[in-house]
Design a protein around this ligand. Sequence first.
Ligand code: ANZ
Ligand code: ZN
Length: 816
Amino acid sequence: ERGFDHGEVEPRWQAAWDAADVFRIDDDAEDPEYVLAMFPYTSGSLHMGHVRNYTITDAFARFERMRGEDVLHPMGWDSFGLPAENAAEERDTNPRDWTMQCIDSMKEQLTEMGFGYDWEREITTCEPEYYQWNQWLFKRFREAGLVERQAAELNWCPSCETVLADEQVEGEGDEELCWRCETPIEHREMDQWFFTITDYADELLAALDDLEGWPNNVREMQRNWIGKQEGASVAFEIPGYGDVDIFTTRLDTIYGATYFSLAPGHPVAQEIAEDNEEVAEYVEMAEAADEDDLDVTSGVFTGEYAENPATGEEIPVYVADYVLTDVGTGALYAVPAHDDRDHEFAKAHGVPIKQVVEPGPEAEVDADEIDVQEEAYTEDGVLVDSGEFDGLHSEEARDAFVSEFDGEHRTEYNLRDWGISRQRYWGTPIPMIRCEDCGHVPVPDEDLPVELPEFVHTTGNPLDAAEEWKRVDCPDCGGDAVRETDTMDTFVDSSWYFLRYTSPDLEEAPFDGDRASDWMPVDQYVGGIEHAVMHLLYARFFTKVVNDLDMLSDVREPFTNLTNQGMVLGEDGHKMSKSRGNGVSPQRIIEEYGADTARLFIMEAAQPEKELAWSAEEVQSAHSFLQNVYRLSEEFADGAIEMGPDGADIADYVSREIDATAARATEEYEQFRFNHALQALRELVSLLRRYEDATTPDAEVLERGVRVAAKLLAPVAPHVGEEMWERLDRDGLLAEADWPSAEAPEGYDIERRLVENTREDVRDIVDTVGIEDPTTITLAVAPEWKHRVVEIARDADNVVPAVMQNEDLQRHGEAA
Ligand code: ANZ
Ligand code: ZN
């Protein structure tokens, strides 16, 4: 029987790769190509998004390996987090057992997909061997002044007397309820542990410009997240309360300030609240409210006035919720004519609106088309109604006003420090101890790791309930003390795991500094766009810090090239998901068609960055193609093809095509345009088929063609590739074979040959190939275009007879 049986073939080659240690990388490798996929969260099973992500990295890793590179392609488990606690609750087990089960079944799936990882380097973040280094790094960060206690708003259930994670709050707005007892939750400010990532804001921003291997949209998202604003601060006097600094990016509008506004948490607002009942009530209400539901019109007049240093005018002072306590100075002067939020507030509170900027000559609108009473004009322009400064451009005014009004240049960022405290069980215990006398004392290094206590089912944080675990002696004074019961944000785990892969078993340090310095940065990082900001920013931050701590040299950015793979859509065009019920299980596809079919479909259907729409029909077509290409090797091996001397021209032509295809596919693989590489391969296979059918092919040329086809296929469909390789009687594994030479034949326009061939410009092809030799034309031109060749031949009188001798073309001529 012809063809291959994937159920038999795939496990056999997986075992062969394993036995030959194909994917192992030696510690003394000098600078391997580091190909990395974002490690999966241990949710239970792989979904199509994972399968797509890992197919892309695996294909690229295999390609690089065949090109002779040492390739580091590791895998691990992002295995801490709340879902494991929830699953443990539901299934009456504990987070550890549940997580380990997930890892077992996900690892099996990865193997069944034929992904080639160096499993010797496997990392599991929920194991003390890993998370002890989170604790160790936390301590080093703290010694370097990068850890602080800061207040943060938390969800508090007054009935369970516990902090709730955002995921444990049901409903929204006034209806926020505890998931367990359905009591309305409160918002409470509490002190938490923070990494002061803001210390690195400038470098994190500036270095984005040089990350040329990153998609622009991700760089832009990080820029916005960091949100650098250059502005100024200026003091306004509120009689009785002294000078209050404001922060503004629009100092040019100072003449248009018609009110002044304080954040509810501003010290002066709190001071006013002491003698003003209404303000006190407002401040209390605002502090209890959820930061996320912002009402721009919410605010209260304090009865006080501030003096505008530009105009000398007294403007009313409000306390307003839209002014954020921890942004800028927590105070602003408001210019309703030129700011949208101020405009909305002014309308609601009946505050006057005064225009001080007009569209300049270069603006798209005329000054008389603007009505600031209706809508704020927020662009720069030319100053009006601004005393002696009328006619200045906004930019000039901003410069001039800083010294004019005794201000200071000031830069603000959107970026906040990174709160890492979580009041949950399944995470890294923060290695601190609280002593009544000594305050916060770190756990000594020799007492690390602080391991998690036994899991218990409780309403609150199981660490709080672990009385025995909690009570310790203070490392400083020996007195009674308690452990910190918060655990770390799981983003800490993923901020340096790529460094740990370089020395996963090291017992003395989180990673080997010399090796990591040699092997880093990651050359190709592939993962979802949902990590554009947090994970990728935190990983950049960690890399810079460990470099500054002399644990890593030269490397200040972790990922040289980044690819965000697009979403996988169901056949209905919606994102594939459990809740929609449009999911296709990888398991089912593997069983029905085999892993190679799934891999080929995924890689052919769309470029990595684009959305991928699932299509049963295309899956079927991928499967047929694999059978087809495999049969080439089978027929060749069977001696089923009659070989013979044929026209040297034809053999030469096919030979050139083989080289051109290899050259083209190589370039496409390099550029992550796998679908183009596979298109070139399909064309080669179709040519080889026609070569078999139309002539008695030259055995050497045909064999070389099949061999090159197997190699070009190998990164994407490695099992079928190996099977072909075996038919061709080749030594060793295809996974370790050399990539074909990528030299295009001289004078060969591979771009046009391979891309346009099946499309428009047949005339060009005819010119390239030479129309005198009809058999060559038969081979070169895809069937759907042959009638055009005949038409062209008819126009060119002299070649008609030659072309018409060819039966294949005659048939097409008749059809045309
Ligand atoms: C006066 C002004 C006039 C402003 C104007 C804007 C436009 P953007 O707009 O994103 O660059 N601001 C200052 N501190 C704030 C706080 N604690 N909470 C909320 N908003 C605050 O952000 C800068 C502007 O945000 C600042 O410039 C300030 O309003 C406001 F026509 O000052 B501006
Ligand atoms: Zn103490």
